[in-house]
Ligand binder design. Structure first.
Ligand code: ATP
Length: 288
């Protein structure tokens, strides 16, 4: 058995997000394009010791059973009757409660890591089915790259490698609860929806202007009513000549898309003077 394993856990953003309706089970039916980005946590797994222990570089996430990384380890140990100790160290770089699937990606990294360390050779489908028990975004975090997601987010169609996206991510000093945003979402109040078919065609043609035109998130107005800074950041990114700017997931992080790395860097320099949590990021492919 390997002494330790380091697994990268990239954040996700939504390039489009449409809500098709509310289901009988309480979840919303989604159609969204998800993208992994270069901002990532780093998870170190060390088998040994007593029980499952979590340590993190951030005080903003739980250091006990409430941590999704801990829950992922317990799920794997129960499922595969593994009686062992495991130390999980999380280097937390992804802002918490920001619509970036920070907890889900840590959980996905632990599932992958345990699969490797214990030589389980699980199929991607099996891993996704297990991951879904922990959260709707975990299957995407396991598949990675770019994908169209339907259902609660678990029915995934992986997209081929597309254009490299150069972006600035800005997180206002505010956290939003995903559950609260969905509870307050009203389909009848949506004014503008993304055309995912048009997005996918633009993606295949690597037509950045056409895909920028579809970068819309129907949850934005609900999140803006609770965190008006989201609208301010969108406006500021526009002033920095972003081709598009949209909120990720249920927010409050906002992503601005730029025509080149250099343009993104110029915008990042301006935004980081105003928002401490501003990041220069690019899309992260399955092979990265
Ligand atoms: P969602 O996937 O619901 O969009 P998010 O990206 O908005 O989530 P997260 O950063 O995943 O938000 O945090 C959501 C909650 O999960 C927080 O209250 C946090 O304390 C909890 N949490 C548990 N484990 C983790 C973890 N490993 N990393 C981040 N948050 C975690």
């Amino acid at each position: 058995m390997q002494e330790r394993l380091v697994v990268e856990a990239p954040a996700k953003i939504n390039l489009t997000l449409n809500v098709l309706g509310k289901r009988d089970d309480g979840y919303h039916e989604l159609e969204t394009v998800m993208q992994q980005i270069s901002l990532k946590d780093r998870i170190t797994l060390c088998p040994g010791g007593e029980g499952i222990k979590v340590q993190s570089s951030s005080a903003a996430i739980p250091g006990d059973e409430a941590n999704l990384a801990w829950q992922a380890a317990r799920l794997m140990f129960e499922e595969f009757s593994i009686a062992a100790g495991l130390q999980i160290c999380i280097e937390k770089n992804i802002p918490v409660g920001a619509g970036l699937a920070g907890g889900s990606t840590d959980a996905a990294a632990v599932i992958k890591g345990i699969d490797r360390l214990w030589g389980l050779h699980l199929s991607p489908e099996r891993m996704c089915a297990l991951g879904l028990k922990l959260g709707s975004d975990v299957p995407f975090c396991l598949v990675g790259g770019t994908a169209l997601a339907r259902g609660r987010g678990e029915i995934l169609t992986a997209l081929p490698e597309g254009p490299r996206l150069e972006m600035v991510l800005v997180k206002p000093d505010f956290q939003l609860s995903t559950a609260e945003i969905y509870q307050n979402f009203r389909l009848g109040q949506v004014k503008s929806v993304p055309d995912n078919q048009a997005f996918l065609e633009a993606w295949r043609r690597c037509d950045i202007m056409a895909l920028a035109a579809q970068m819309k998130n129907v949850l934005e107005s609900v999140s803006i009513s609770r965190c008006p800074e989201v609208a301010v950041i969108k406006h500021k990114l526009g002033e920095c000549r972003a081709l598009a700017s949209l909120m990720s997931g249920s927010g409050p992080s906002v992503v601005g898309l730029f025509g080149s790395r250099e343009e993104a860097r110029q915008a990042w320099k301006i935004m980081k003077d105003q928002y401490e949590e501003s990041y220069l990021v690019s899309s992260y492919g399955r092979g990265d």
